[in-house]
Ligand binder design. Sequence first.
Ligand code: PLP
Length: 377
Amino acid sequence: MTALGFQPFAVEQYLSETEHGVRFNFSESGVHPMSYAELFTLCDIDKEELFATLVDYPQVNGREILRGHIAALYPNATPENVLVTVGATEANTLVAATLLEPGDNVIRFRPTYEQLAGNAHNLGFEVRSVDLVEDQGWAVDQSALNDAVDDRTRVIHTVNPNNPTGTILSFADRQTIVQAAERVGAWIVADEVYAGTERDTDEATASFWGSCERVIAINSMSKAYGLPGLRLGWLVAPEAMVQAFWRRHEYASIAATMMSMHLAEHALEPAHRNKLTERARRLIRRGFRTLEEALARHEGVFSVVPPQASAMSFVKFALPVDSDTFAKRLLMEEDVLVIPGSRFGVEDHFRFSSALPEDHLREGLERLNRLVDRILG
Ligand SMILES: Cc1ncc(COP(=O)(O)O)c(C=O)c1O
């Protein structure tokens, strides 16, 4: 906390202060981004047609065709249930600004990506943390969740699959969340940006949409599709709520860009969409195998709950340094960037992203092991 009570976004601050200019960047959470050339080829996009697009404001809530493609991804959703936003980031921000009323509290899981919780805190709301338990495969501490929820709980925020652990909620954990929310009339706000990045199956993680009445599902083009630079995301919510979010969206950004909406429309056509998620899964699966091999070089130093999805692994280490020192030395001495666990409130861990070109990944991991050799002396 700063003197004014403003809580910076610890993970994003670390990234924006360190990631530019670093040679081996393993700090990102998505797969290696696609080039425009690759996107145009994979999605058969006609350049001339796209270049004729006016550099204009698009439909503020999202072009009809785009909202149609998005709605088709959710059971019984219609385009009226969809608001297109500037990334999942804007969706999380709008949700915090719209749903919460004086006296409300928000439940978030730890460790997690704190976009919604941080916004809620900065708006003056109480945020309650419920731990995910590492030696149970990062399962939800169900009794802690039931104890934390009360009549003033307005939002249970879940990131599924999770950032930074890559874990997918078990059926039992999902049920506990749904039951806890229903018991007190809270909204489940499900940030599902890593759905579609599964490692062991080609079946995408099911959305919370449809699990109960009060659900807001958030997603974007950034992770499963490898297109973070489009800055295009969305939320899916009951129609009346979409209207309320839309009113804030007019203040926050007016709209995502015309070009991003057009490109997302091409990318979300079913045949193209499959190609993009296949690309992401290929990078994720190969990258994790390479990471596991490299971590095994130092017996007893590293352990990791294998991520079920996402490009990320939340690696535990047994070394005589804390996570900030480890990450700082890696950056200074080896030009390698990872995120220290301290940024997620968990010591002795770092977040590592491995869905990258193989040679680059291997060379960076060599450097990481070199630092470990030096630390162990
Ligand atoms: C869980 C989660 N939600 C949202 C975001 C931001 O996504 P976007 O690029 O769509 O704004 C991230 C980025 O790392 C994330 O990990």
